[in-house]
Design a protein around this ligand. Structure first.
Ligand code: NI
Length: 226
């Protein structure tokens, strides 16, 4: 399931993050790339451990934790430390690749990358190019979102970031190991949950909605791996 959600960060939060990133200690973006990806990766990233990274990460995780739609769409079990990247000048693209399947966290903890996430941080009219192109079931999707919006897509997808030919593209990216490993099952749960939300908003607490909520939870119980 490829899904975009608007405004996971408010305008104020985006401005705050961008002001922190102005004087950040950028470095070549090879830190999170495997061997194949490193061959096609031409961007910059923030070091994982630095003041700016810590502040941005805290803000982003707080915003995501407060977002019920994001929770429903991803059903997170573990979230890999959010990282920040920048595409501009000569470091302006990331060719076709599939993200590594397992990421290491501190203390030898592992995260299986079921879902890839990108939060756009630059306003789209301030740079040219920089589209995230993801190959999914229905062909290639080209994604360039307003600052503060997120795209989530299966970690299994072939994707690339097209060259930025003007301005700079800032983004926050991370991976999720989901309670529900199967993309197909996650999609069914998400659609059921969203449909229930809409039913409740329109018609209140119908007995059928209560029953369907039970079905949702019984499916989640059957499929979730905690
Ligand atoms: Ni990638």
């Amino acid at each position: 399931m490829l899904l975009t959600l608007p405004d996971v960060l408010t305008t104020e939060e985006v401005h705050q993050v961008r002001s922190w990133l102005k004087d950040a200690p950028w470095e070549p973006g090879l830190g999170t790339a495997g061997k194949q990806a490193a061959l096609v990766k031409h961007n910059e990233q923030l070091p994982k451990i630095c003041d700016v990274s810590n502040k941005v990460r805290e803000l982003v995780l707080r915003a995501l934790n407060a977002n019920p739609i994001f929770f429903s769409a991803t059903l997170p079990k573990k979230i890999y430390t959010p990282c920040i990247n920048r595409y501009k000048g000569d470091s302006n693209h990331f060719g076709k690749h599939i993200d590594g399947s397992i990421r290491m966290l501190a203390h030898e903890k592992r995260v299986r990358t079921d879902i890839s996430c990108t939060i756009f941080l630059s306003d789209p009219d301030t740079y040219d190019g920089g589209e995230l192109c993801v190959v999914d079931t229905y062909g290639e999707q080209s994604i360039k979102l307003p600052a503060g919006s997120i795209v989530i897509y299966p970690g299994t997808s072939l994707h690339e970031v097209k060259p930025v030919t003007r301005g700079e593209r800032l983004a926050c990216f991370f991976w999720i190991e989901s309670l529900v490993r199967s993309d197909e099952q996650r999609r069914l749960l998400y659609e059921l949950d969203m449909s229930l939300l809409s039913l409740r908003t329109q018609f209140g607490e119908l007995p059928e909605a209560i029953k369907q909520t039970g079905v949702y939870h019984n499916l989640l119980r059957m499929w979730a791996d905690t």
